[in-house]
Design a protein around this ligand. Structure first.
Ligand code: ADP
Length: 193
């Protein structure tokens, strides 16, 4: 199994690169943001709570998001592996993911897409106009970047310590970023053979 975490600030290109990775390496894509947006559309209890938090740029509480992820893993056995996009976002979530994957080879690699803040803001504002995402507004973007710095960024040191972190400059073109990702993943796939 090849389990990959794609990591980075809002707007770093996690979703776009995940789609390319899925196509080439046949991993199952788990985007907690996408799952939450579906819950919001379906107006479930979780969706109603998530809506308020997402629109103000806050995180969904760890216990709820960890339960959600654990249910998804149980109902999606995939021998090839998973790509986790938007999870973990806190150290508690990182610990939970390590435990959940314990019997399935653990996390092979964390791809950290590094993009400077000015570019992140430009991309998110553009996405807000194009895709009508309610969390891509100027105020919410500021808050999401702050939440990223306070709660999510500590995971960089956490995975570095575990020797799993690969940092890729994410401000280049989609194709160039994917080239860097392929170099890393091809090596891992080769080693696993
Ligand atoms: P982005 O990476 O651009 O911030 P996502 O689609 O991944 O967008 O997530 C949108 C929102 O969903 C987040 O701002 C957060 O409120 C919520 N969310 C997604 N994943 C998690 C998570 N693992 N823990 C807590 N909240 C989450």
């Amino acid at each position: 199994m090849l389990n990959v975490v794609i990591f980075g600030a809002p707007g770093c290109g996690k979703g776009t690169q995940s789609e390319l990775i899925v196509e080439k390496y046949h991993l199952s894509h788990i985007s907690t943001g996408n799952v939450l947006r579906t819950e919001i559309e379906k107006k479930t209890e979780l969706g109603k709570l998530a809506r308020k938090l997402i629109e103000t740029g806050q995180l969904v509480p760890d216990d709820l998001i960890i339960k959600m992820l654990s249910d998804i893993l149980k109902s999606n056995p995939n021998k090839q592996g998973f790509i986790f996009d938007g999870f973990p976002r806190t150290i508690a979530q990182g610990n939970a993911l390590g435990q959940l994957l314990d019997d399935n080879g653990g996390i092979a690699v964390v791809l950290n897409l590094d993009v400077e803040e000015k570019i992140l803001i430009e991309r998110l504002l553009k996405r807000g106009e194009e895709q009508n995402r309610h969390d891509d507004t100027p105020e919410t973007i500021q808050n999401r970047l702050k939440v990223y710095k306070d709660q999510t960024e500590p995971l960089i040191a956490y995975y570095k310590k575990q020797g799993k972190l690969f940092t890729i400059k994410g401000s280049y073109s989609v194709e160039d970023v994917f080239e860097s990702i392929k170099e890393i993943l091809d090596r891992l796939v080769y080693q696993n053979k």
